[in-house]
Design a protein around this ligand. Structure first.
Ligand code: CA
Ligand code: CA
Ligand code: CA
Length: 464
């Protein structure tokens, strides 16, 4: 374990080579829209099974923009439910937790391939096989010797239950928030109150509690995923009444301008590296380090984000506070780059998944995923470059193949056997194919230069 690697190598790799700025990746609990309108493209629509990115630098940062379109996850995962379609509108149900820890710790440039997430609904096993991707898992979609569309776990649902002193089966827990560090362990919250049997008499866990699997109870894989946990090793970090006190201390309003004093369900977590690190004696007498944590709760409509630091504060990581103080109106959502419904009422969502990262944003999204024969594919792009080269390839019916491609954006190429190409200008743009008259699944991907670096976009699939 070389925890210093993360802090030292991570900014060098991404930030200096590509000027990738630090940002927040997050998911909203309901459909929302970007504040910018995203050039009028479909990329302005943010869904609970997609990931948005809000830059923390340079300031002022204006709008969140889509970073993880569902079409990218569709293409990576394939026809997981075996119904003949790669597009699954409610794949994952929702993304209810995000985690970038090991991507950076292992020196890998973070991308939609590497950032882990937890779903609220199990994904089908038709492509991945078992155990698949379940509500208690934290995982990502990758490929290996078993094929494409495989699930690689950061923390399995079984290990989550084992850490809480439960038997590995039946699976009863839905992981709802996660943050991790090789030195500090895996911090988490679950979605429903549950009876558990962890050490130190911990026999009941609430959805507003924050717990940790201490680093000393974790066996890591070489790439900083959890290989095993000590049974019953999970410990309470911040019980729900203390989280309520942090919310009260933050003096924050919700989307209706009401001051909030309860967390409800803890919905997302990230380590606040600017906060104080406390040494806490556990019930066994071993002193362990406890960081301040950034968090959201189900009560925090308007997508406010808070930190436990200094007794609870509105989180202000760079350009400004990410919520509104009591007495100053509603938390609108524009603080994190979302379009509020009015000047007085904020977005109905709370932040339901959160991680900080440094990752490029170069994405494709079809205007329609499934298109009637005789029509073109129409695809929108958000590119960091000045000119995009777009390629199309025919996808097999179950899952698209890809090959690794060294770059600092999305790490794989899906269009090596391309059959059609075009180009578009940078920023937000749109392209159309000629009408497609035969049943086919077509995977699209774009490339662009940012300085001397060639980036490829996330893949997108259109089915006819
Ligand atoms: Ca399907
Ligand atoms: Ca989950
Ligand atoms: Ca959540």
């Amino acid at each position: 374990m070389q925890p210093t690697l993360r802090l030292a190598a991570f900014p060098l790799l991404a930030a200096q080579l590509l000027a990738q700025a630090p940002s927040i990746l997050f998911t909203t609990s309901q459909p929302e829209q970007t504040l910018s309108g995203s050039g009028g493209t479909v990329l302005q629509q943010l869904r609970p099974n997609e990931v948005a990115q809000f830059d923390l630098f340079p300031c002022p940062s204006f709008s969140a923009e889509k970073w993880g379109p569902r079409t990218a996850y569709d293409t990576m995962a394939g026809d997981a439910n075996g119904d003949g379609w790669i597009h699954e509108a409610i794949r994952f149900g929702a993304i209810d937790a995000l985690l970038d820890m090991p991507a950076s710790a292992s020196g890998q440039v973070p991308s939609q391939r590497s950032v882990f997430f937890s779903p609220t609904q199990a994904m089908g096993n038709f492509i991945s096989g078992f155990p698949g991707l379940r509500p208690g898992d934290t995982a990502r979609i990758t490929y290996n010797t078993l094929g494409f569309g495989q699930v690689e776990h950061f923390l399995t649902a079984e290990d989550l239950q084992i850490a809480l002193g439960l038997p590995p089966v039946p699976l009863i827990l839905d992981l709802d928030a996660i943050a991790a560090d090789p030195n500090l362990g895996v911090f988490f919250s679950i979605d429903q109150n549950a009876a558990v049997a962890a050490g130190c008499g911990l026999n009941f866990v609430q959805d507003g509690d924050v717990l940790v699997i201490p680093a000393g109870a974790i066996t890591w894989t070489p790439d900083f995923r959890v290989a095993a946990v000590v049974p019953g090793s999970a410990e309470m970090v911040y019980p729900e009444p203390l989280m309520d006190a942090f919310v009260t201390g933050a003096n924050v309003t919700n989307a209706n301008g009401i001051c909030v004093n309860q967390v409800g369900d803890v919905e997302s977590l990230e380590i606040d590296w600017n906060g104080a690190l406390f040494g806490v004696p556990g019930c066994t007498g071993t002193v362990t380090a406890r960081p301040a944590l950034v968090f959201s709760g189900s009560t925090l409509s308007g997508c406010g984000l808070l930190t436990t630091n200094l007794g609870g504060q509105i989180w202000a990581p760079s350009c400004g506070p990410l919520a509104t103080s009591c007495g100053f109106g509603a938390t609108l959502g524009n603080q994190i780059g979302l379009l509020p419904p009015s000047a007085a009422i904020g977005v109905p969502s709370h932040v339901t998944a959160l991680t900080t990262t440094r990752s490029a944003r170069f994405v494709l999204e079809p205007q329609q995923h499934i298109v009637p024969l005789g029509n073109p594919a129409v695809v929108d792009i958000n590119s960091p470059g000045a000119l995009n080269f777009v390629f199309a390839a025919i996808s097999p019916p179950a899952v698209a193949p890809c090959a690794p491609f060294f770059n600092l954006g999305f790490p794989d190429v899906y269009v090596l056997g391309w059959v059609w190409s075009t180009f578009t200008p940078g920023g937000f743009s749109t392209f159309s194919t000629p009408p497609i008259n035969v049943p086919a699944k077509i995977v699209f991907q774009a490339g662009t230069f940012v300085g001397p670096n060639l980036l490829v976009s996330t893949p997108a699939t259109v089915e006819f």
